[in-house]
Design a protein around this ligand. Structure first.
Ligand code: HEM
Length: 127
């Protein structure tokens, strides 16, 4: 399988873990460090995924736009996370939660787009 779909799947899996860690943090089962570290791992993975999709041939415009959007949302999410820690504001924590749902939604859409791209990019076998 090619790098774009593989990286997208790994990023989605880490996002799942990060959402779980967020829930555990909110209910006081873990301290913030693991959630913070996973946040930065997720950002690095999302940037790598975006870089691959921006250069992949044949190009798939929807995936290009989506992977850029996911990186922007994660950057915003990290800023919101530190703002929540810095201020203790429940309103910012709520925006952090809503933005997490937006990232999750974008990732689900991407999963279906990747399936479509896999079919489009497959070279038909002669015979
Ligand atoms: C790396 C920087 C991040 C920091 C410092 C951070 C910080 C926090 C904090 C303090 C909470 C608890 C909020 C509360 O008081 O209820 C939280 C919860 C949560 N975080 Fe993060 N976060 C970060 C990144 C992320 C990322 C990248 C995601 C997902 C894409 C994410 C998803 C969540 C979710 C789903 C929750 C549970 C819902 C909520 O209470 O907002 N966080 N985070």
């Amino acid at each position: 399988m090619r790098a774009g779909p593989v990286l997208f799947r790994v990023t989605s899996a880490v996002l799942g873990v990060q959402m779980l860690l967020g829930g555990l943090l909110t209910f006081g089962f873990i301290s913030v460090e693991a959630h913070e570290a996973a946040g930065f791992v997720l950002l690095v993975l999302a940037i790598a995924t975006m870089a691959v999709w921006l250069t992949t041939k044949p190009s798939f415009r929807l995936m290009r736009v989506l992977t850029v959007m996911i990186v922007v949302l994660i950057l915003f999410q990290i800023i919101l996370g530190f703002a929540t820690l810095g201020t203790g504001s429940q309103a910012i924590a709520l925006i952090h939660f809503v933005n997490a749902l937006a990232i999750f939604g974008a990732t689900i859409s991407g999963t279906f787009l990747v399936l479509r791209w896999n079919q489009m990019a497959r070279v038909p076998k002669l015979i």
